[in-house]
Design a protein around this ligand. Structure first.
Ligand code: GLU
Length: 446
């Protein structure tokens, strides 16, 4: 390891003990940025990287609520306000039992670079709770969301911090939280994004992360005069991102053969077409069931306890969660001919897996570039809310496509290597950094 990165990381680890995912996210960025900062000493003397790695503010709170049996439950609530140099804090809320401070700090850190890459004026933040919506009734979810927002409402606002969804937080949760915020503040404002379209939401927001991830894969393929047409794709996850990545990839002529959840994956060599995808949406979004039901319904293989990276594919779209592709799985993907990875999830590839992808010179689009479409359309939702207008579907989709192209251009600009290989990791890290760093320089040591 570069000794400068080693020194920097020793300090990060000492200051943030035990936060492994946060260390992983910071290290990946530091590896790209430290050589760049050496060449641009203005960032070095102002200690921009050291400052970016320290959240501006962390809010931690108790979330008490009463379940359907009348028993009191206590969860942890968090909001990490990471960086506001280029705009108000913006980023999702995750409700999942694995949520802890380290996970949210990694996500908030990634969000700063991602949001900068979108070209929109949004800072970075993230929040959530260890609350598990799985198996809870609508009433219990509502009680929890109301209690969570009762405290969070003191800290956020349409010009301060604008949360949205992430794992475990979709339209239902955003609705309950929006209702509670409005009731507490007596204000109808764009304080959350991912709202229903009748009450301030943007068209295309539910689709945006998945669509954007596919647009990014398409842009990467274009650099090799190739396209998604006729490609076989392995998708992981079966939530919002995976569903709309499948929809768009299929529309562009590819064949998606896998989907997964935390218990296993389904393999449908015939491809998950429009009708089958409608069943997935019914199983996951309405029945809130398991992906295994797809295998039962369509008579395809279900691999219990496994992840999709063992199947043959040209393209992989990891759309589930962090660290879902390890070293062995990365090697396996390469061995099976996969040469495009576009990350729909945040940090789905481990550091070892990323190393393998880069070493093999494949098209690797890291999450902070490839999944930025979601937060980008959240940014467009904020714009529409400020104007008290709503744009048509085509208009939002056009803007999303343009943003993904612009992100891709930025990656080329900063990630082009001597041998002509585009290192999207380096490109997105430096490209996301420069705008935030220059804003921080201009605003002084605050
Ligand atoms: N949670 C999403 C992300 O990881 C979206 C955030 C937002 O829309 O603010 O970028």
């Amino acid at each position: 390891m570069d000794p400068r990165v080693e020194r920097f990381m020793a300090n990060i680890i000492a200051k943030n003990p035990g936060e492994l995912e946060f260390h992983q996210a910071v290290k990946e960025v530091a590896e790209s940025l430290i050589p760049f900062i050496e060449e641009n000493p203005k960032y070095k003397y102002a200690k921009i990287l050291e400052r970016i790695a320290e959240p501006e503010r962390i809010i931690m709170f108790r979330v008490p609520w009463t379940d359907d049996k009348g028993e009191i439950q206590i969860n942890k609530g968090y909001r990490i306000e990471m960086n506001s140099a280029i705009g108000p804090y913006k980023g999702g809320l995750r409700f999942h039992p694995t949520v802890n401070l380290g996970i949210l700090k990694f996500l908030a850190f990634e969000q700063v670079f991602k949001n900068s890459l979108t070209t929109l004026p949004i800072g970075g933040g993230k929040g959530g709770s260890d609350f598990d919506p799985k198996g809870k009734t609508d009433n219990e979810v509502m009680k929890f969301c109301q209690s969570f927002m009762t405290e969070l409402s003191r800290h956020i606002g349409p010009d301060t911090d604008i949360p949205a969804g992430d794992i475990g937080v979709g339209g239902r949760e955003i609705g309950f939280m929006f209702g509670q915020y409005k009731r507490l503040r007596n204000e109808f404002t764009g304080v959350l994004t991912g709202k229903g379209r009748e009450w301030g939401g943007s068209l295309i927001r539910p689709e945006a992360t998945g669509y954007g991830c596919v647009y990014f894969a398409q842009a990467m393929l274009q650099t090799r005069d190739d396209s998604l047409k006729g490609k076989t794709i392995a998708v992981s996850g079966s939530g919002n991102v995976a569903q709309f990545a499948t929809e768009k990839a299929t529309e562009l002529g590819a064949k998606v053969v896998t989907l997964s959840d935390s218990t296993g994956f389904i393999y449908d060599p015939g491809g998950i077409d429009r009708e089958k995808l409608a069943s997935v949406m019914e199983i996951k979004n309405i029945k809130r069931g398991r992906i295994r039901e797809y295998a039962d319904k369509f008579g395809v293989e279900y691999y219990d306890g496994k992840r999709p990276w063992i199947v043959k594919c040209d393209v992989a779209l990891p759309c589930a969660t962090e660290n879902e592709i390890n070293k062995e799985e990365a090697e396996n993907l390469i061995k099976n001919g996969c040469f495009v990875i576009s990350e729909g999830a945040n940090m789905p590839s481990t550091a070892e897996a990323v190393e393998i992808f880069l070493k093999n010179r494949i098209l690797f689009g890291p999450g902070k570039a490839a999944n930025a479409g979601g937060v980008a359309v959240s940014g467009l939702e904020m714009t529409q809310n400020s104007m008290r207008m709503s744009w048509h579907r085509e208009e939002v989709d056009q803007k999303l496509q343009q943003i993904m192209k612009d992100i891709h251009e930025t990656c080329i600009r900063f990630g082009d290597e001597k041998d002509g290989y585009i290192n999207y990791v380096k490109g997105s890290n430096i490209g996301g950094f420069v705008k935030v760093a220059d804003a921080m320089l201009a605003q002084g040591a605050v």
